[in-house]
Design a protein around this ligand. Structure first.
Ligand code: E4P
Ligand code: PEP
Ligand code: MN
Length: 463
């Protein structure tokens, strides 16, 4: 069990990948010193609770829905934006939970997802070359030399924006906004106003009846009114994550207090790298992204390094293989991890392996291809007898046009209409709910095929 946090100097000595290059060392020191004084954003006990929920996912007793922006921006910390994001995620969770009858653990890419690893350090437009945008945590999106300077004071803005976001999320989920009856009414609106298949309308009507049944049974108002919703982000920036790594007063052990679940990205998961070293020292539930270049030996070494005690709920492995690759590349990784005796939560990110640029230069993803990767992920787990634990999706609750396909059949020409992402293309609200209907159906079939009876298999838990 970890007991100490490595020093920032030790971490940098490992040549941390994807870090900002700050021109002003004194400004950086001042920002970090201030951050170290700030209270934690989450409580270690909450991270423990999430770990227990993820242990359910790993054991095949729950499904993880992890979703949100590719890159949060300071400008989007508004009530409307946060409400819309929560709304689509809760809508998706209800559809999934009803149709599959599997408890859904809800984790947002939210309240900290402000730093981005990039393929290139530089961006060129019309012959002008500037540093790439690395997320609002590091620099500004505007294509000007001033905006693109790496500014350490932004780390304090990340803290403040995350605190404001978490505050509203907590108020929403505890204050009645997440009431099952309200969430259901949003889904009912979706099926009424969209041209979806008849079976989805039927599903929505069934949910209505199920709720009426629960109310008639006397299910408590509290159970209908509140949900748990957790915050997660990629732990990318050493200075920020280190400043918020704290010793938990209850146990005397280190936790990352910038979010409940922290993950290491595809570009920063080097076994001896700074990111793995820092996360190994924290007791939070952790995610590891794995792309198609991951070897079974890499997978094995990473899970052993980040989870030496084989602790239930510690690890979520988020695979992002690409639709054309998942069926071949995923089985050896699952076998390698299973051979260590660990039960991890296997989660499919069908976004990052399926990005392409249109002729007009928009980064996009196609809904049918996204679905194909999820379907392939389910196929592989069905074949191996392992549990398809969840999905990891980039989405927004707004009506953007960033991914093609889906219920409104967006095509490449539509992308210009409302292309708002600061980094990768996200599913919009209707595409998100549509994905939930697809997932629900696939999960329901799988559960039936595995002979699982939800009434006996799943524990009633406060979710
Ligand atoms: O969100 C993930 C990465 O930061 C993103 O996909 C990188 O995109 P890029 O290849 O445009 O740098
Ligand atoms: C950077 C991301 O993904 P990956 O590390 O899988 O490329 C992301 O999730 O936005
Ligand atoms: Mn992304």
């Amino acid at each position: 069990m970890p007991t100490t946090i490595p020093t920032l100097t030790d971490l940098h000595a490992r040549g941390a990948a994807q870090q900002p290059t700050y021109p002003d060392a004194a400004a950086l020191e001042a920002a970090v010193a201030e951050l170290r004084q700030r209270p934690p954003l989450v409580f270690a006990g909450e991270a423990d609770e999430l770990k227990a929920r993820i242990a359910d996912v790993a054991a095949g007793r729950a499904f993880l829905l992890q979703a949100g922006d590719c890159a949060e921006t300071f400008g989007n910390v508004t009530a409307t934006n946060i409400r819309n994001s929560l709304r689509v995620q809760l809508s998706m969770a209800v559809v999934l939970q009803y149709a599959s009858q599997v408890p859904v653990v809800k984790v947002g890419r939210i309240a900290g997802q402000y730093a981005k690893p990039r393929s290139n350090d530089l961006e060129t437009r019309d012959g002008v070359t500037l540093p790439s945008y690395r997320g609002d945590a590091v620099n500004g999106l505007d294509f000007t030399p001033e905006a693109r300077v790496h500014d350490p004071r932004r780390l304090l803005d990340v803290y403040n924006s995350s605190a404001a976001t978490l505050n509203l999320v907590r108020a929403f989920v505890n204050g009645g906004f997440a009431d099952l009856r309200t969430v259901h009414s949003w889904n009912a609106d979706f099926v009424r106003s969209s041209n979806v298949e008849e079976k989805y309308t039927r599903l929505s009507e069934e949910i209505e009846r199920a709720m009426a049944f629960m109310i008639a049974c006397g299910v408590s108002d509290d159970a209908l009114r509140t949900v748990h919703f957790w915050a997660s982000h990629e732990a990318l920036l050493m200075e920020y994550e280190h400043a918020l790594a704290r010793i938990d007063s209850r146990t005397g052990t280190p936790y990352g207090t910038s979010g409940h679940l922290l993950w290491v990205g595809e570009r920063t998961r080097q076994l001896d790298g700074a990111h793995v070293e820092l996360l190994a020292s924290l007791r939070n539930p952790l995610g590891i992204k794995m792309g198609p270049s991951t070897t079974p030996a890499d997978a094995r070494a990473l899970v052993e390094r980040l989870d030496p005690d084989a602790e239930p709920g510690r690890l979520t492995v988020i695979t992002r293989m690409g639709a054309g690759t998942v069926r071949d590349a995923l089985p050896p990784l699952i076998e390698a991890v299973e051979a260590t005796g660990r039960k991890v939560a296997w989660v499919c990110d069908p976004m990052h392996g399926n990005t392409y640029a249109t002729e007009r230069g928009y980064k996009t993803r196609s809904f049918p291809v996204i679905w194909d990767e999820v379907d392939g992920f389910f196929d592989v787990h069905a074949e191996l007898g392992t549990w398809p634990g969840g999905v990891h999706i980039e989405l927004t609750g707004n009506d953007v046009t960033e991914c093609v396909g889906g219920v409104h059949e967006l095509d490449e020409a539509d992308l210009a209409t409302r292309y708002e992402t600061a980094c990768d293309p996200r599913l919009n609200r209707d595409q998100g709910i549509e994905l939930a209907f697809y997932l629900a159906e696939r999960l329901r079939e799988d559960i039936a095929r595995r002979g699982i009876n939800p009434v006996q298999a799943f524990e009633p838990r406060e979710l």
